[in-house]
Design a protein around this ligand. Sequence first.
Ligand code: SIN
Ligand code: FE
Length: 320
Amino acid sequence: MRPPADTMREPPVATTTGLAAVAGDAAAELEDIVHEYPDRSWGGEERPTHAVEAGVESGGVLAFPHLAFELSADEQRFLDPRWADAKAKNVSLRWPSGELRGAAGSPAELAALRHMIERYAEHSEALASRLFPHYRGHLRRGNSSLRPQSVAGRTRSWRQDDARLHIDAFPSNPMQGTRLLRVFCNVNPNGEARCWRVGEPFEAHARRYIGAIGRPWPGSAWWLATLGITKRRRTAYDHVMLRLHDLAKADGEFQRRSPQRRVDFAPGTTWVCFSDQVLHAVMAGQYLLEQTFYLEVEDLQQPATSPLRSLERLMGRALR
Ligand code: SIN
Ligand code: FE
């Protein structure tokens, strides 16, 4: 592992050929990350795919290549970056208030845009309820977002650069162990895939960096919350997750050479994963809808598979 300072300026060259360098077992494991299902409808009936909690909890990405989110003729106009206001990269609906953020337009236009994104939230909820009956009544609706910018050409600091493999963890929004389940749908009208890389299993990833994580400054969690930098207390768990996020993104050697594979999600594909567990990076694409759900560790079918429990096992102490 390289110290982060080495790689902070120069973005690593993304590779999609890492798989070739991976020994047999790791390669086979990566092949198994994406599970494809034939579903053509979002909610309702229990078929064809139902009760797949084990697949997603073990770090799988559940992909539905025939599950498109249909836009009306009128809504097609929202597939244009001009709807995102100058500062925001995404247009989002914040729940429970339902406030629309990051969008620019007339009141009537914004109402129609809001309606489209809200419909996506409802479709995602219907899908999650069918796929994961064990989570019914426990999933909490987080933000819904439309990502209208092209991934190519975005300039970001290394820490915000999602073209580097990472697990999701946010400096201002501590999860305190709560899971992040995300439903993505590629709504690109021009045939362009959303291209991801996915990487090694969570526990192997945590082992890679565990010696470099360190402890937070004493009192820092209290200060961060008191000054309003964090929305709630940054727990030991959040500290470790943020360090994993940063150490991975800053490590050029890891980005280039770690076990990884490329996955292209064609337009009309929906996919679901725990993004706090699956190593992922986005390499290309434009026009994505994304719905976040929160789930408590205790409400998983197998809480032992969660990042919180994995890290507690590895570190030999409670992290909440
Ligand atoms: C991410 O969550 O890192 C980005 C996913 C995407 O925009 O495709
Ligand atoms: Fe991410």
